[in-house]
Design a protein around this ligand. Sequence first.
Ligand code: ZN
Length: 152
Amino acid sequence: MRFLCDEMLVRLARLLRAAGYDTYLAAGGEKDAALLHLAREEGRQLLTRDRRLAEAAQPDSVRITGFGPEQEARRLSEAVLIDWDFAPFTRCVMDNAPLRPASLDQIDRMPPRAQALAGPFRACPACGRLYWPGSHARRMADRFRGIARPYS
Ligand SMILES: [Zn+2]
């Protein structure tokens, strides 16, 4: 499953990328027609807060409601089957590029407390961001569990 988020859904797009889903984030000012075309062309579910745009893309769209990324993610989970444990931390949250194993050079540039971990160490080939399984990744995993089972 692949997604296209409208420009209002920046944080939801980052959550989906962190879970491993290929998620295109619309830049401000992209026309609705262009988004519809792209979603269709690339087989992406269109996620939007805009009722008209959601209707235009039916059945391959979800109208997102709620405040904040957790509520948005739950709304999405009600509409389509999302595995929040799909492929965690395999995609850059900023630009959607699939991560690659970090080189020794890149691992060298990570903070010592990160280097002390067992890995995996990853790097984004597009922006150079480095990823390691530290406290941020654990907090993100907790958020995914909260979204998948909000009432447990
Ligand atoms: Zn990146």
